[in-house]
Ligand binder design. Structure first.
Ligand SMILES: C[S@@+](CC[C@H](N)C(=O)[O-])C[C@H]1O[C@@H](n2cnc3c(N)ncnc32)[C@H](O)[C@@H]1O
Length: 287
């Protein structure tokens, strides 16, 4: 059914059916269709399912058409919503920020294992903070901690700052636009980072949802993907207190190379760590 051919006035239920068909059907598409209608008409899932006979106004119908068209062109639903849940926290995202990945929650777990007891006034740094995902997840678990998020993008820092405020964490978080550690003085207890690590020549082979919608400087790790680690690793001993930890996300098959950079900087390896699917996602090292 084309939108033009749809019988008007269209109900919420019929709008969902239209969107499912336009998104090429399937059970997962129904959830997506409801989410898009929710965005278009500012409706909760309950209002869509429980009040399916209510007619949709023209403005919502037009917005739904736009959202479905963008989705059909490959734009992720999180981008359409401008929001992503990470560590059960709702985070605003914009074209300036990476869409945080559930896989990166492994870094939060690794960091929390190294910050006991949780009530201590831990000092944290998040390098390449993007939406603030990692830092804000940690602060949400560490009631007396203070953290600084650094990003080369001032626009990303502004998003992270807004997210911190919205989550009630604004007084324990600061964000600064800077090149990695150049603006930072230690000592801190833990540095967490998910730097860009995709080798330059692989970016064009990434899924369109990533390639077209995540910022290039959040992805591009230079010719072998390790450029950022080459800058960050030598700076860590000057930033961490003795015994302090670095928890770094790495790309597939990069763990050994990154651990070697950390060892060359004088840090002790804490190992390479898998995510729940068994893929190595992170390395840790301490001073
Ligand atoms: C892979 S994203 C990670 C974002 C966020 N930490 C997350 O996990 O969702 C990498 C981030 O590093 C930032 N970045 C790239 N080059 C940088 C640099 N030279 N100094 C500081 N941040 C940088 C990017 O802007 C991007 O936000």
């Amino acid at each position: 059914m084309t939108r033009a051919a749809a019988i008007r006035p269209m109900t919420r239920r019929a709008a969902v059916e239209w969107a499912v068909a336009a998104l090429n059907g399937g059970a997962d598409r129904r959830l997506e269709a409801r989410r898009l209608l929710g965005l278009a008409a500012s409706l909760s899932p309950e209002a869509i399912i429980g009040h399916g006979d209510v007619a949709l106004d023209d403005a919502a119908w037009a917005r739904l058409g736009d959202l479905v068209a963008r989705r059909r062109r490959g734009e992720p639903v999180s981008r359409l919503a401008g929001e992503r849940e990470f560590w059960s926290l709702p985070l605003r995202i914009t074209p300036a920020t990476l869409d945080p990945r559930p896989d990166s929650e492994t870094l939060v777990e690794l960091a929390l294992e190294r910050l006991a007891p949780r009530e201590r006034a831990w000092r944290l740094v998040d390098l390449g903070t993007g939406s603030g995902a990692l830092l804000l997840a940690l602060l949400s678990e560490l009631p007396a901690a203070f953290g600084v998020g650094i990003d080369i993008s001032a626009a990303a820092c502004a998003v992270a700052r807004d997210n911190a405020r919205a989550l009630g964490l604004g007084r324990r978080a600061a964000f600064a636009a800077a090149n990695w550690t150049s603006a930072m003085a230690g000592p801190v207890d833990l540095v967490v980072a998910n730097p860009p690590y995709i080798p330059h020549h692989e970016i064009d082979r990434l899924a369109p949802e990533v390639r077209h919608f995540d910022p290039r400087r959040a992805l591009d790790g230079g010719s072998d993907g390790l450029d950022a680690y080459r800058v960050i690793a030598p700076a860590l001993p000057g930033l961490l207190r003795p015994g302090g930890w670095a928890v770094l996300e790495v790309g597939e098959s990069q763990a050994a190379a990154v651990l070697a950079l950390l060892a060359a900087a004088g840090l002790r390896s804490g190992g390479a760590h898998p995510d729940l699917a068994g893929r190595i996602r992170a390395v840790t090292a301490n001073r």
